[in-house]
Ligand binder design. Structure first.
Ligand code: ADP
Ligand code: MG
Length: 616
């Protein structure tokens, strides 16, 4: 239960509300307790001695303990009616008023307890999300995000359930149960102790049930992650699913996942279903044992009947309150399973943010001379082969470096090393001679912009998407960037122009339109280093040449790395790097490479589109 308590402690952040809630709970319990006390006098009024309310109160006021505390106050009883019926009616009225007061206390308690538990879970969700966005790409890639998403959504809900159980039900039940038990002990400790003999058995059982439920809970929660992954895949590739007529396949696949989730959830079913009846039976057996002992005391020892009835009532009520603790324990253990999984996310390493960056890291000044790779090797975590090996490369400020190579030759990996999405396994990447490992991520990334082949758009308007990641952008700057990226024309044609909502994932735009938005976004960031990873792969050749022309002025005083798939882009590059299976095969200008690099010739013929076949 360590993980659960770790998070439960965060509720202390709302100490004041918790104290108020506790006051409400105590008030509620006190009213219920006093109500029971008033109710007990009815037994005296009806049974046995048939006392009137006045006589009962007088008797209590005469009690030596009471007298020692408040002095002789027997005259108070005289204010009460001597008539038995009126006394009875007054007693019932008091019981009713106490019940209403108790309800007010209960409302306050529940209201505040739910507030605290929901607010705390909200804070925890933020903490988890913080870890998610600051997670290094390498870890996110190897562990998958669906499981993490599920932890934010599903596990946090379970945690919230645990908080609710703990703060709302448990407090009142425990308070009242203990109070009833104390009352019973005060009235007759021998009978009450007999009842308590069953307690250890109940505790052992509750623990056993809890453990089982936690284990089953953890597995079920894991299965939710798998389900979210499947949902993600289907919703993002609905077109492919439909055209390939694989709806049936997807349905069956989902059904399997769903069934597995059900199986995990059912595992806890037996324990959940059995725990309440078993605990009830044990409590009842205890009560019957007590009743037999009591009967013996009444018949053989001549103990007063009504006294025993009162003790039994108190014990029965105590049992009923404490019984719910079994369910509470189950809820808390289930919640603990979720807490453990959330804790794992909080324990993952994150990229050092600007604020928490190591103190020996300094700001990288704006790039003005070179971007250099010194003997860089990079191996993805868990991969057998390095994706890049012994890369030595120096690119001068203001030039365009094109990277070409077959699929999987390491082009994207090379680009990712520049904004430190990954850190080299070996060797170093330096900007203006400064090792990037010594610089804060913020100062590195602030001067870079990246456009990838799969353009990600965010739910929002066109303007939101272009200005994403840039601050304080005027509409003029926005349209200028869009014009450079050849996006202005199509945006202008949209119903609300720049204020058009593009919907989730930009579903309503074509691939080329999305890429143009991404290029505009990169331009707006005014980067010193521009990273284009097949940024124009979905844009037609004609538009692309226009974009390239426009970009030529833009890239003049920046360093550009471009993974290209068209000859027209490569030809104008100041330097071309040919990657072969993670190594640099050749570097040089187009004509030079065409003359001496067979790999480059092959690439020109097969990979680079728009290459004039006859000239090769
Ligand atoms: P390119 O962009 O040239 O097509 P990449 O740089 O994406 O190639 O990939 C280079 C190599 O690294 C490939 O062999 C690929 O399988 C591997 N790779 C890419 N991403 C990962 C990853 N997240 N984990 C493990 N291996 C990866
Ligand atoms: Mg790639």
């Amino acid at each position: 239960m360590k993980a659960f308590w770790y998070f439960a402690r965060q509720m202390l952040h709302y100490r004041r509300l918790l104290v108020l809630a506790l006051i409400g709970a105590v008030f509620d319990a006190m009213c219920a307790f006093a109500g029971l006390g008033a109710f007990m006098t009815i037994i005296d009024q009806f049974l046995g001695k048939s006392l009137t309310l006045q006589q009962i109160v007088e008797k209590h006021l005469n009690h030596p303990t009471v007298q020692s505390v408040i002095g002789d106050r027997t005259q108070w009883a005289d204010a009460l009616p001597a008539d038995a019926f009126t006394g009875f009616c007054i007693t019932l009225t008091v019981v009713f008023i106490l019940a209403i007061l108790g309800s007010i206390g209960r409302f306050t308690h529940q209201y505040l307890a739910i507030t605290v538990s929901l607010r705390t879970v909200m804070r925890i969700r933020n903490q988890v999300f913080r870890k998610l966005v600051h997670m290094p790409i390498a870890i996110a890639g190897s562990e998958g995000m669906s499981d993490k998403v599920s932890r934010v959504m599903v596990d946090c809900n379970y945690l919230s359930g645990g908080f609710n159980a703990l703060t709302s039900r448990a407090v009142r039940d425990l308070l009242l149960g203990t109070a009833y038990l104390c009352l019973a002990l005060l009235m007759d400790w021998r009978i009450s102790l007999l009842f308590l003999i069953g307690l250890p058995i109940i505790f052992v059982l509750i623990r056993k049930f809890g453990k089982h439920i936690r284990r089953a809970g953890r597995r079920a929660l894991g299965q939710y992650g798998v389900m979210i992954q499947s949902l993600n895949e289907v919703s993002q590739s609905l077109r492919v699913v439909k055209v390939h007529e694989s709806e049936g396949y997807e349905r069956r696949r989902f059904n399997v996942i769903n069934k597995r989730l059900l199986a995990e959830q059912l595992r806890a079913r037996v324990v959940r279903a059995i725990s309440s009846p078993v605990l009830d039976t044990i409590a009842l057996a205890g009560l019957i044992g007590v009743a037999i002992a009591a009967a013996w005391l009444i018949f053989e020892q001549g103990l007063a009947g009504e006294q025993v009835v009162k003790v039994l009532v108190a014990l029965g009520l105590a049992g009923a309150q404490l019984k719910t603790l079994g369910r509470l324990s189950n809820d808390l253990h289930e919640s603990d399973a979720a807490a453990g999984r959330i804790r794992q996310v909080l324990d993952t390493t994150v990229e050092p943010s600007a604020r928490s960056g190591q103190s020996d890291q300094h700001r990288l000044p704006r790039h003005r001379s070179t971007v250099a790779f010194h003997n860089v090797t990079y191996t993805y975590p868990g991969a057998a082969q390095p994706a890049l090996q012994q890369i030595d490369l120096s690119v001068t400020h203001g030039t365009v470096c094109a990277i070409v190579g077959g699929n999987g030759s390491g082009k994207s990996t090379l680009l990712g090393l520049i904004p430190r999405l990954y850190d080299p396994t070996d060797g170093r990447v330096a900007v203006d001679g400064v090792d990037l490992a010594d610089c804060t991520l913020r100062s590195i990334r602030r001067q870079m912009a990246m456009v990838t082949q799969s353009t990600v758009l965010f739910d929002g308007t066109i303007a939101d998407n272009i200005s994403y990641g840039s601050r304080h952008v005027s509409r003029q700057q926005l349209t200028d960037a869009a014009k450079l990226a050849r996006a202005h024309e199509f945006i202008d044609g949209l119903p609300d122009s720049y204020d058009t909502d593009i919907g989730e994932w930009g579903e309503r735009l074509s691939g080329g339109q999305r890429q143009r938005l991404a290029i505009a976004r990169a331009i707006l960031r005014d980067p010193a280093i521009l990273l284009l990873d097949e940024a124009t792969s979905q844009i037609d050749a004609d538009s692309e040449s226009h974009i390239n022309e426009a970009l030529a002025q833009f890239t003049a005083n920046r360093t550009t790395f471009v993974v290209a798939h068209r000859l027209s882009t490569v030809i104008h590059a100041d330097m071309i790097v040919v990657l072969e299976a993670g190594r640099i095969g050749a570097t040089g200008k187009h004509n030079d490479l065409l003359a001496r690099s067979p790999v480059y010739q092959l690439l020109c013929r097969t990979q680079l589109q728009d290459a004039p076949r006859d000239s090769l």
